[in-house]
Design a binder for this molecule. Sequence first.
Ligand SMILES: C[S@@+](CC[C@H](N)C(=O)[O-])C[C@H]1O[C@@H](n2cnc3c(N)ncnc32)[C@H](O)[C@@H]1O
Length: 439
Amino acid sequence: MLDDVFPRTEFIDVTITSPPYWNLKNYGSRQQIGFGQTYSNYLEDIQTVFAGVHARTKSTGSLWIISDTFKQNGELILLPFDISERMRQIGWVLQDVIIWQKDKALPWSHQGKLRNIFEYVALYSKSRKFKYHLAGVRDVSDVKDYWVRYPERYSPEGKTPSRNWTFPIPRQGAWGKARNYVKHACPLPPALVERMLRLTSDRGDIVFDPFAGSGSVLASAHAMGRRYVGFDLSRKYKSMFRSKVLPAVAQDYERRTAQTNGQERVRQRFGALILSLRTLKYPKELVRLYRQSWRGFQCDLVLAIRGRSHDSLHLVFVCPRNGTSPQTVIKRATRISAKAPLSKFGLEVEIDAITRHDFSEDSLAVFGLRPRSSLKVYRDGRFYAWNDRVTVQTLCEAMKNGGFTKGPSEGYPPILSTLAISIDPKRPEKAFEDNNAEG
Ligand SMILES: C[S@@+](CC[C@H](N)C(=O)[O-])C[C@H]1O[C@@H](n2cnc3c(N)ncnc32)[C@H](O)[C@@H]1O
């Protein structure tokens, strides 16, 4: 069917489609694929369609197929798997299989098959170098609260979605005037299509759906600034597409984008917090590991100064005069830093050590600290909430007079930093409130 319409050039960036599920539904056309055919004839036709798509897809392109298993004459037909075998024969490279939880489903079950609430989403690529923008779909909405104490385990970009996606199917009436369209077709949820498009396409790309139905894929593509082309045998869908589906999906996309912008702010704040927490936890972990290897390590305080970028860190150990020499401290600390777990913190760390005796405003000026710079003090290893603050000037005077702190022989020395973090690990969500923006 593609040969009659398209030239044989590679112009498609991504195809997203849900073909007829063999003979489950009569779409009322003599040319329809599926209904009235034998299973092997149906699979042959499916193979022909997707071979045509393959020939016209760019080498960076991909193909998403949504399908499901179903019962026929008392036996389960593994349609997604049978289609997958045909795709392999064509040369499509299977990249992933995702479970799409539909939430709502037909209430009945069959003997030997339970109530069905999911479908299969298969992702194929034309080559191994296909577009795949993970950063566009990362999410911080359901990260666990442990991120405060274990910032090294959480990506600053948020969580990569799992292979289990929950997108409720559009309900009748969900889109106001568009309810007739929802009643007549079984459209895909725009949020589901949006995730696929975010992952595998860019603005201006060409999106194709050879079994467009109501045109839900094409309408999402339009709303997201992609170009689109689609086929369907049923004329009724075409007029419904222009009058109902396009405006309804555009409206839905706008509503969700407003929400997404809010989420994007949360994601950016989360990323900044994760990097700040890592910066403050790093010296704590370093002291812990140092003491594990070399007993009797004494340290009066540690300065944790963020460098030019958010993932660079300058650490300065301030040691008592009669303790281990600064050179030895630097050597040992650098050795520990090079290994896991600290090597997994994703920070560029420079380590220095000075004795208490050499602690002066001049020695701190090297790190961009001025006499009036304010340092937050994190005590007892509580790297996620500062206890008090001190100016560089006051700190230097106190150190000269033997005050401020004598490093504890056990427990953690105070960590001093220009970063201001104050998070209650029991209520981490409060860290995202606008009036709590620090660091
Ligand atoms: C499962 S539905 C697709 C629903 C669509 N994803 C949506 O969101 O509305 C399959 C569609 O394939 C169409 N179809 C069946 N045989 C076809 C053929 N030979 N050429 C083009 N479309 C066909 C049917 O009319 C039907 O709309």
